[in-house]
Unconditional design. Structure first.
Length: 260
């Protein structure tokens, strides 16, 4: 069983965090072996067994790991006490179409699942607030990285100067080729496209890592408080799930963070 963690978050002893890998679970085929996502088409028993392995490792109750149903949009929601008063079907509805979560509750692990898209985790060290966001090209273009910070500010009064952020394993510009329509969308959204797109052999390649870093710094997070994993899921596909290699019906990693 292998997990990724981050130096900047390791400095805080009141949070637990991780990014899972493909290694150490019971799933098979395109889900082998440590698929965590309940929404990817994996055998439910295998996914649940993987989840229990994770829970045991981090001493978390499975009901306290919150999985949003992600749709490549920019909706960010708060997980507070009222969420846990909802019935099961109401919780499912609340988390439907959500690509970012924030909370100040202790013992609750919020996370996003990815397999090439960018997972972003946040920690406000002053207000003790955590957040996660899922940013594929659509979410990045829609500025979910910035909207998550806005939501932290609106709901908890968070100051970007107090926030530490991590950009986790995801597809790199070296291999992430996209169409002209993607460049156009980023142009319309106001990104400095010359910085984040490059042309090689008449193909366009997008730098999701630095596009999201730019959104974080533009939102006011100090550059030195942003850590980048620098791990390409497509290139290191033996260790990480890659939807570009395996297809949509494949496993996902979970990037999770919890206030102890």
């Amino acid at each position: 069983m292998t997990f990724i963690n981050y130096q900047s978050f390791n400095e805080f002893n009141n949070i637990a965090h991780f990014c899972t890998t493909r290694i150490g679970g019971v799933s098979v085929g395109n889900y082998s072996s440590f698929n965590i996502s309940p929404f990817s088409g994996d055998n439910a028993e295998n996914q649940n067994e993987n989840l229990q392995i994770l829970c045991k490792k981090f001493s978390i109750e499975s009901d306290n790991i919150i999985f949003p149903f992600q749709t490549h949009d920019t909706v960010v929601k708060n997980i507070d006490e009222t969420f846990f008063q909802l019935k099961k079907n109401e919780r499912i509805e609340y988390l439907n179409g959500v690509d970012g979560l924030i909370t100040s509750l202790q013992g609750i692990c919020i996370g996003v699942t990815t397999a090439d898209c960018v997972p972003i985790m946040y920690y406000d060290a002053v207000n003790k607030v955590i957040a996660v966001a899922h940013a594929g090209w659509r979410g990045t273009c829609g500025k979910i990285a910035a909207k998550t910070i806005e939501k932290m500010g609106t709901d908890f009064g968070c100051d970007p100067n107090d926030i530490f952020a991590v950009i986790g394993p995801s597809i790199s510009q070296q291999v992430y080729n996209v169409g002209e329509e993607v460049l156009h969308a980023f142009e319309v959204a106001g990104f400095p496209v010359d910085i984040f797109f490059e042309t090689r052999n008449n193909e366009l390649f997008l730098d999701l890592w630095n596009a999201n870093r730019w959104l974080l710094t533009e939102s006011g997070i100090p550059e030195q408080q942003i850590e980048m994993a620098g791990i390409c899921t497509f290139s290191e596909n033996e260790k990480f799930f890659s939807a570009r290699r395996l297809g949509i019906k494949s496993g996902r990693m979970l990037s999770g963070i919890m206030l102890k």
